[in-house]
Design a protein around this ligand. Sequence first.
Ligand code: ADP
Ligand code: ZN
Length: 429
Amino acid sequence: MYYDSVETLERGELENLQVDSLKKTIAIAMRSPYYRDRLAGFDLDEIKSVADIVKLPFTTKDDLRSQYPYGLLTLPREDYVRLHASSGTTGTPTAVFYTQADLDRWADLVARSMYACGCRKSDVLQNMAGYGLFTGGLGFHYGSEKLGMITIPAGAGNTKRQIKLIRDFNVTVMHIIPSFALYFASQVREAGFDPAEMPWRIALIGAEPHTEETRRKIEEMLHIKAYNSYGMSELNGPGVAFECTEQSGMHIWEDAYIPEIINPETGEHVEEGEIGELVMTTITREGMPIIRYRTRDLTRFIPGQCPCGRTHRRIDRITGRADDMMILKGVNIYPMQIEQCLMSMPEVGHNYLIELYKEGLTDQMRVKVEIKDEFFVEDMRVLQGLQKKIAKRLHSEILITPRVELVMHDSIPKSPGKAIRVKDLRNEE
Ligand code: ADP
Ligand code: ZN
């Protein structure tokens, strides 16, 4: 059961399609001021196979910023109908423009993604992502309508209203940011409802890094199946890579993108199955094609074929952004290593915060960890024991011992958008 026959195209045919589309994309890209310059003199005959993509230059986020606002447009401005911008998590946002044909193809990719994890026309989707410049709002909205589902544009926040809508309209699919999903689960209980009795069956979660442990926690707390959804505004938005019902990696839609994984230092491809930086080329976009975009996201190709029968390659969940890496006492640490450790412990609630601070001249790390109510006992010895246990676990994962602070359930501020996992106070304290 597939949404589109292209999902099971035999690899050879898929690659032929990619080569054709790549050539078309290069020709279109060269109409933009940026790529006209960047690709000046490039001969399309140099592209004979997908592997020849390495002959093209990378495009970085800084390149996109330098072309803000119109430098990447391939068509006259009146041919565009929509603008989005990245959330700006790591600096100045980048603007992305779409023609109507781009929007139609994007909605189709999102519909295909939702279908792959079991959404059907008869489902009702509640979109709990923020609407606005963030692509998670309108991106899911139009994809869901394209699939034929009743689509509720609830937007982010206001848990009481969310719960009411879900119950009143028998919502079966939610699109929700993972860090908010855990908080939402506890709010549902607090409002007096049993998640097992709610009408939902599928949660589409993505937009920020999260671990397998967090996914399992969401599934348990909400009594739901949760599927990982990956995308970014520079590549349309959601619908770039998505889990199927196997839940074993995200299929990258290779008829729309050519993925590569490189060593971020050398720019060379890593060995199949090794972790590196994901590099993506759009091959069906006309208004703003992007060639060899360095996403800064770290992942690996999952070797082998997916039992679902789709031939498009899978990537593993994103372990983090290259920019998220912290270096402490000479050790490289990613927030997801800490999350993985914490979320596998039964005492830990659903939120945590990593703070970096200075003590004298040395950098230190403090991890604030929310503890479930039932473990927040009055006996200091018990709490100290737990604190030590967490510190020890973290040490075995990240090789340094951070200061661990236990805090009450729901005491770390929570936003309905992307979670902030690390606060750098090194210049403040
Ligand atoms: P910003 O880069 O400003 O956050 P976007 O809203 O376009 O802008 O977010 C895209 C980024 O969000 C990706 O590059 C990636 O780092 C992160 N992201 C999106 N989906 C996922 C996911 N499923 N898992 C991990 N990270 C994700
Ligand atoms: Zn699959």
